[in-house]
Design a binder for this molecule. Structure first.
Ligand code: A3P
Length: 263
C-alpha cells in the first residue's frame, strides 16, 4: 500500500518479523542494533521494563525511576534515553547504575545475559482494544500518516509480514518466557490493574469509601480523611506554636528522617 493511503509500511522497518519505526534507527541499521541489544552486557542491578507499545511503558518507567532514585522527581530525560532499540548502544552501555532500561522488543531479542544474570524484569500489558486506539492516535501524529485509519493499523497488526512481532506474538512470547524461566524475577502487571490501584488509593477515593468500611465497635468513629495535604499546619499553628515545635524537633537530631514541611 502506498504512503498516500495512510499505510504505515513506508514508516516501518521489519527485523525478523518484528516492526520498528524507521525513525528509531540511530547510528546503525535496526538489524545490527538488535544484535547489539542481544549482546549487551547486563549488570546485577539492572532492571528492564518490557512492554508492547502503548501498554503504559512511560508510566511504569517514571514510577520505576522514582523508586530507584528514592525521589518523587520526574527524570529530566525522557524514557527514550534508556530505550534499547532507539538509542545508540554505546550510550546504553554508558548509563550510570542503577539502570532502568526499557524496550518494546520481544523477549527473543532481549540481552542474552538477562537469563544468565537473572536480571529483574517489569512487564506491563494492556487490553488489545485500548492498545489499538492508543497506537492509532500515536501513529497518526507522525508526518505522512495523516490518512491513517484504525482499519489500516489492524491490517498491519494482522499481516503476515509483522506476525512475529505483533501484539499476540509479543504476549505469547512473554508468557512462555515467564513460565519457562521461573527463576527470573518478572514483575508482571497490567495497565488496568495499575490504574485501578492508583485511582483507588487517591485521597479523594479513600475518603469516599471510608464511611462504608467495617470498623471496630469499641472505637469512636472519627473523620480520618480530613485534608490530606502537606503544609496545612500553616493555616492552623501560630508562629509561637510553630517555633516551639521547631525547638522540640532537636530531640530527633541524628535520626535519619528527612522531614518536609511544604512541597
Ligand atoms: P492512551 O493513548 O490511551 O491515553 P506507552 O508509554 O507504552 O507508549 O503507553 C502510552 C499510553 O499510556 C497512553 O494511553 C498514555 O496516555 C498512557 N499513560 C501514560 N502515563 C499514564 C499515567 N500516568 N496514567 C495513566 N495512563 C498513562
Amino acid at each position: 500500500m502506498a504512503e498516500q493511503d495512510g499505510s504505515p509500511d513506508d514508516h516501518l522497518v521489519v527485523v525478523d518479523g518484528v516492526f520498528f519505526p524507521k525513525f528509531f534507527e540511530t547510528n546503525r541499521p535496526m538489524k545490527e542494533q538488535i544484535e547489539c541489544i542481544k549482546a549487551l552486557e547486563m549488570r546485577d542491578d539492572d532492571v528492564i521494563l518490557c512492554a508492547f507499545p502503548k501498554c503504559g511503558t512511560h508510566w511504569l518507567w517514571e514510577v520505576g525511576s522514582m523508586l530507584l532514585s528514592g525521589k518523587a522527581e520526574h527524570d529530566k530525560r525522557a524514557k527514550e534515553f534508556a530505550m534499547m532499540e532507539a538509542t545508540e548502544i554505546e550510550k546504553t552501555r554508558a548509563l550510570p547504575s542503577p539502570r532502568l532500561l526499557n524496550t518494546h522488543v520481544p523477549v527473543s531479542m532481549l540481552p542474552r545475559q538477562v537469563k544468565d544474570k537473572k536480571v529483574k524484569v517489569i512487564h506491563v500489558y494492556r487490553n488489545v482494544k485500548d492498545v489499538t486506539v492508543s497506537l492509532f492516535f500515536h501513529a497518526k501524529q507522525n508526518p505522512g500518516m495523516e490518512n491513517f485509519t484504525i482499519d489500516l493499523l489492524m491490517n498491519t497488526f494482522f499481516s503476515d509480514k509483522g506476525r512475529k512481532g505483533n501484539y499476540f506474538a509479543y504476549l505469547k512470547g512473554m508468557d512462555e518466557f515467564i513460565k519457562s524461566n521461573p527463576d527470573i524475577p518478572v514483575f508482571n502487571v497490567s495497565y488496568e490493574d495499575t490504574k485501578e490501584v492508583a485511582d483507588a488509593c487517591s485521597f479523594q477515593k479513600m475518603k469516599e469509601v471510608d464511611s462504608s468500611k467495617d470498623t471496630l465497635d469499641h472505637l469512636p468513629r472519627v473523620q480520618m480523611y480530613r485534608k490530606g495535604e502537606v503544609g496545612d499546619w500553616k493555616n492552623h499553628l501560630t508562629v509561637a506554636q510553630s517555633e516551639r515545635l521547631d525547638a522540640a524537633m532537636k530531640e530527633l537530631e541524628g535520626c535519619d528522617f528527612r522531614f518536609r514541611y511544604t512541597l
